[in-house]
Design a protein around this ligand. Sequence first.
Ligand code: 5AD
Ligand code: SF4
Length: 451
Amino acid sequence: MNRTFAIKSYGCQMNVYDAERMAESLVADGLVEAPEDAADIIVFNTCHIREKAAEKLYSEVGRSVSKAKDAGRRKPVIAVAGCVAQAEGAEIANRARAVNVVVGPQAYHRLPDLLRAQNATGAAGKTALVDTDMPKASKFDVLPQRSRRAASAFLTIQEGCDKFCAFCVVPYTRGAETDRPMDAILAEAQVLASQGALEITLLGQNVNAWHDPSDKQRDFGTLLARVASVPGVQRLRYMTSHPRDVTEAMVRAHADIPQVMPYLHLPVQAGADRTLAAMNRRHDVAFYMGLIERFRTVRPDIAITSDFIVGFPGETEEDFQATIDIVEAVGYAQAFSFKYSPRLGTPAAERTDQIDEAVKGERLQRLQAAIAAQALAFNRRTVGQICDILIERRGRRPGQWIGKSPWLQSVVVDGDFAIGDMVAVEMVAAWANSMEGRVMTPAKRQAVAAW
Ligand code: 5AD
Ligand code: SF4
């Protein structure tokens, strides 16, 4: 019988992408995907961006092992992948004896081999196999072709980061910035589109810093145009962008390329110049606001989202107030916000002016209230709009579906659909985190077309 596996993924979209590629390579190696409680192998694809990641991993591993034991099953083989694997390496297997394989984000193409080697030694192989190499040759060159079918697909174009923001572990866990060649990206986009992807989201820690490694003239703006012209691609998104890497071509793409959606995730992290400088973000508030204005000039309806950190070392009440000010000035459609979490090995963790946890918590609450108010205001502005939504999943009630608008809002709609349908709706109601849509009748659609 074929061995079975389950992958549990945490963290960002790139981990979602990596999990899919790991699954594809295990399937190509003859393994079969199964629910976690029936799997011979469980892969934990971990995130290390904020604290307690390792502790969370150990307790999850423990829970999986005891669940199998309680059910009278054999202990599953445990593999740890992702950024905790990179950061902690062999230490993971020392702390959690149940772990059999540790594989870093740049080495997961070797996961099938590691699992095979682990299987060959079986119970006799007491020490875990650890591979946290960052090999020169890219995993993308050896991974099998994409085989997952989905109406909305991720495509990693760039990995790693050279920016070294003072709070961030990414440059250490994902390594230096590396760009995939344009031809490889286009080939993958073609495969995804031919398998039914209507929407592609290009991924990278600094997605807009991308350049074709063999021709630096081809930048991210060029790439957007090329991917948009792949037959079948109706929607194109990308994340995460860095303000310092915004180019005119990228701004123009939102006006000139119909497939490029009116959505931009452009993290600012904080609203005070003092904090931005201390974070080593390499730009100030005025520069950021200038970028927002450029995008809005070419695409006035664009949805802008950000990430924020509150309680960075040294942040005063006045600095924090500047973060609230920028939220209100930009009018974000959504934003993620976090309490600053000191990460070992990053410069900010060394600072002696750390902020009290209670103060961080209180600031986070105020920030999230400000973001929710802006999100609601944004959503209200889209009421009355007619747009296509891409159906992603069923809603809570029978006959109810949830799809994504061009502005990446979740739109609830009643009707008889299937996942992957593109459906024209009129937006009829708004909340802070979702919208209600009504399917356009053919008559109304015609009337709109005639405007
Ligand atoms: N503490 C809190 N938030 C962090 N982020 C990155 N590092 C940290 C940290 N040490 C947030 C940033 C980033 C997002 C992915 O995670 O806002 O944009
Ligand atoms: Fe981390 Fe800054 Fe790089 Fe983003 S740009 S991955 S926050 S170091």
